[in-house]
Ligand binder design. Sequence first.
Ligand code: SF4
Length: 553
Amino acid sequence: MSPTTTESTTSTPARPKARRGEGQWALGYREPLNPNERAKKDDNPLHVRDRIVNIYAHGGFDSIDPGDLRGRFRWYGLYTQRKPGIDSGRTATLEPEELDDEYFMLRIRIDGGAVTTQQLAVIGEVSQTYARDTADITDRQNIQYHWIRVEDMPTIWNKLESAGLTTMEACGDSPRVILGSPVAGIAEEEIIDGTPAIEEIKRRFIGDKAFSNLPRKFKSAVSGLPDVAHEIHDVAFVGVNHPEHGPGFDVWVGGGLSTNPMIGQRLGAWVPLDEVADVYGAVISVFRDYGYRRLRHRARIKFLVKDWGAAKFREVMEEKYLNRKMIDGPAPEVPAVPYDHVGVHKQKDGKFYVGAAPVVGRVSGSVLVEVAKAAERAGSNRVTFTPQQKLVVLDVPEDEVAALQTELAKLGLQTEPSVWRRGVMACTGIEFCKLAIVNTKDRAMDLVAKLETRLTDITDGITAPISVHINGCPNSCARIQTADIGLKGQIVTDDDGAQVEGFQVHLGGGLGLDAGFGRKLRGHKVTATELPDYVERVVRNFVAKREQDERFA
Ligand code: SF4
């Protein structure tokens, strides 16, 4: 027996360690337990807009208070972008301020992904004038600009807000953009149109200081169709028919990806359209009051839901915030193939919607201006962005469809794209993101081009979409865990022993019928240069060996 063991058996037994609190406001922890909580308490982040307009826009980048620059700016969709020329290997060795460029990324929050053609034209013109013609469609239905100067923000806000657009709470620990079906109100298969609920949530909760200091970001979705990745949201409402009460919504809470991915849990509750905002309010209130605020990496609502379970979460919502019981309800139906709304589809009013695929969401201000014009020439005044980084022109008369398809194709927006153009998504990556380890957009565009030419001989064998999602770091902005082939950017060792950009591979993830996270295969890494060969090999193997109608997942 070792001396240490002898000692431990003869000494007084240690008292069990008191469990540290998680900083939950409802349990009395009102003093901030980390610098982010301190910054939010010191000054409500929504106040930063006044300082941007009245101080920083005049004083320029160097006049910005660091607490605003790396914190509160996010509540208005502003992040400093990565300084050009800093390679991937140096990301982890530098302090955050050494990575800061004096330019910003700016996100416009577009709830439900829905804009008018007039708004689309304004978005494009702002990009042309103030963002070096950049515009990416994000997988949260936002538009993201780059190269924004703080000096231009007052004018940019004037232009966007005059068109009814906003950047408020596009980022930050706040109720961010509400995803919605890109074909809300027009899809033949839709159970219910969630648009009025999205409008009501915006009216009641966005920009309300009572909800602008949440423990972390809060992602939500409301859709009458299962087309918004509802399984991985903080809260999601999905259309369902109740056998007695008719069309309404099934509620999911506690989903999320990043480094601790979790599929959301059903509360088992059915919610009518006019009560969605109440239930959203109850969920966000539970999160605000009981969410964990001590450690940033445990502050998402998914950790609370995991610890409590759906039954307790629902009970607290009902007893403390709704003051009534919700109606029990059934689960939504799950589509065999996830919706992406690409192609030409008939609407329930007899018109058509036309979904088009840019490569990995990359467009430009000029392209968006031209899309607005093309849509109007085709008799439409509505366009939507999708959670798959695509865009859809709505309300097109039948005899205008073909001409619109031709115009979109000339802009690089294919309405009958290859499976690769359709299924490949990528996050911002090292081009602009300070957290990135690898380049994503360029790699993904190169991958699409190569797969389009190399795999023509097996196109007929690919009967369902195969999704390939590419992240620049372990955060999961491009939802890698839910892709057939998910690629997480990291530094890997190549055959010559050199440290190079590459990816950890996750295989077989999915949503809908195949909801679950892809398997991370130990040691299954690929260098960035090998990526096209690797994906080609995986797909050829799958097509050669699969059973009839077997899906990739
Ligand atoms: Fe940046 Fe990482 Fe998100 Fe990509 S996944 S946008 S690299 S934080």
